[in-house]
Structure formats: structure tokens, C-alpha cells
Design a protein around this ligand. Structure first.
Ligand code: URA
Ligand code: SF4
Length: 256
């Protein structure tokens, strides 16, 4: 898909979402919030659902949680207009209650299609509900800051998923800010690892997948050299590994 085709396909989904009546959340919404971002990005952030401000504006993460998300992105040198940001439900649950499982299920095909179009290398889940979509059964207090391959059934066919707390949780509990920052700081390396893994797999499978996408998410370091390189050092953030940092003090503090 060309960037223009991606843009058009995402706009079509946004139109469908804006007219959607597949679940009861359609009745209470002011505006649906399909999501927004760069159509050629490698990184997708998935939150829970629109709050008051998002419902008013039809845009994701524009309230207090969004301000914190922008700030955290800035700390790792990323900007929100070079990633894609969306939610598991596209319409605001009344009074900001948790989305119901049936509502998440009704809305899931939109997220799935967005991910299929974007084919991200990295999916960052924000909070419990998003986590459940990408790592069913996982507990946020135990897995935040860690990574796993995303199940292809989510629409993200070859992605690493990284699990973060929801920024709203850090607004309620100030100590989580530092945790979120530490978890966020792992994302650039997670992206580089996933990009390298995808390039390797593509080279063996279909040559056109090996074509690198324009890097829209900035890299902290120069890209790995194309020349045949010696064995890379084991990566501390390998996506194949299970848990990370079992001794991380924060893990003990934050199993809430
Ligand atoms: N919280 C979310 O989960 N999503 C938004 O878009 C805004 C706040
Ligand atoms: Fe449709 Fe999703 Fe909105 Fe429910 S939350 S009405 S499924 S767009």
C-alpha cells in the first residue's frame, strides 16, 4: 500500500466509525473518535476509550491524559503526529465508565482494520483494557514495561506489543509517572529491535516486504549497517524473552 492508499483506507474507517451504531455507546456520544496520526508510521498507541474532551472534539487523547502522553512522548524524542493514536472503543462510555466486553468486541473490527492497514512494528498498549486485547489475561502491574509479539489476530500481523500503564492512572497516582517514563524509555529500542526482526523475516519470505518503510518514528541511534554484520550482542529487550527485569524495584511497588 502506498501512503496515499493508507491515508484513504484510514479515512474510510473513520467515516464508518462516525456513523457506527453497532453498540450502545453510539447513543451517548457527541462525536466518535476514530483515532489519528501518521498514515505511514511504525508505531501505534492504543488507549481505552474517549473521555469528555475527546468526545467533544472527536480526537484521541486531547484532555489531561493526552497532555501527559504528549509530554512522555517528548521525553523520548517522539511526537504524536508521527505515530498513530487510537482506542479500543471509539465512542465515549457514559461518565467515563469502563467499556463493557460486548462494546469492546463490537468495536474490535475497526481497530483490527486500522492495524492491518498500518502494519506497525510496535503497538503500545495504554492501560488494562488495551492490554487485554493484545495480551489476554495479563495483569498490568506485572507486565508493564515488557514486550511480547502481538497476536496476528489483532490485525497487527508482525508487531511487538509493549505494555504501559494508562496516563490517566499516572494522573491519579503520581508515583506512576516515573514508572511510565521508565517504560516509555524502552520504546525506541523496542522499535529498533522489531524493525530489525521484520527486515530479517521479510528478506527470507517475500522480497517486497524487505523494502524498508520511511522511518517516521525517530531513531535514537543510527540504523544498523546494511553490510553483513557480526553476531549482534544479545539485546536486553529481546521480544522473544518472557518477563523483564524481575528485580526491578518498581515491579514490587506497583503490583496494584
Ligand atoms: N483516555 C483514553 O483511553 N483514550 C483517550 O483518547 C483519552 C483518554
Ligand atoms: Fe460503533 Fe465502536 Fe462506537 Fe460502539 S464504540 S458505536 S462499535 S464505533
Amino acid at each position: 500500500m502506498t501512503p496515499e492508499e493508507r491515508r484513504a483506507a484510514l479515512a474510510k474507517i473513520a467515516d464508518e466509525v462516525s456513523a457506527c451504531r453497532k453498540c450502545p455507546l453510539s447513543m451517548g456520544r457527541t462525536r466518535a473518535v476514530p483515532g489519528e496520526g501518521h498514515p505511514d508510521t511504525e508505531v501505534v498507541f492504543v488507549g481505552e476509550g474517549p473521555g469528555y474532551n475527546e468526545d467533544q472534539q472527536g480526537r484521541p487523547f486531547v484532555g489531561a491524559a493526552g497532555t501527559l502522553l504528549n509530554e512522555l512522548l517528548g521525553k523520548i524524542g517522539w511526537r504524536r503526529d508521527e505515530v498513530f493514536i487510537t482506542n479500543v472503543v471509539k465512542c465515549r462510555p457514559p461518565g467515563n465508565r469502563d467499556p463493557e466486553p460486548q462494546e469492546i468486541a463490537a468495536c474490535a473490527p475497526y481497530l483490527e482494520r486500522q492495524l492491518a492497514i498500518l502494519d506497525p512494528a510496535l503497538v503500545v498498549t495504554l492501560g488494562r483494557h488495551s492490554l487485554q486485547t493484545f495480551r489476554p489475561g495479563a495483569r498490568i502491574g506485572q507486565v508493564h514495561g515488557t514486550q511480547q509479539p502481538a497476536p496476528p489476530a489483532t490485525g497487527a500481523r508482525d508487531a511487538t506489543t509493549a505494555s504501559l500503564y494508562h496516563p490517566a492512572a499516572a494522573l491519579r497516582q503520581n508515583s506512576l509517572r516515573e514508572t511510565m517514563l521508565a517504560d516509555m524509555a524502552r520504546l525506541p529500542q523496542a522499535l529498533l529491535d522489531s524493525r530489525a526482526r521484520r527486515a530479517g523475516a521479510g528478506a527470507q519470505a517475500t522480497p517486497n516486504q524487505a523494502e524498508p518503510r520511511p522511518p517516521t518514528a525517530p531513531e535514537p541511534d543510527p540504523a544498523p549497517e546494511p553490510a553483513p554484520a557480526p553476531e549482534p550482542e544479545p539485546e536486553p529487550m529481546s521480544v522473544a524473552a518472557g518477563g523483564h527485569d524481575p528485580d526491578d524495584q518498581m515491579e514490587l511497588l506497583l503490583n496494584q
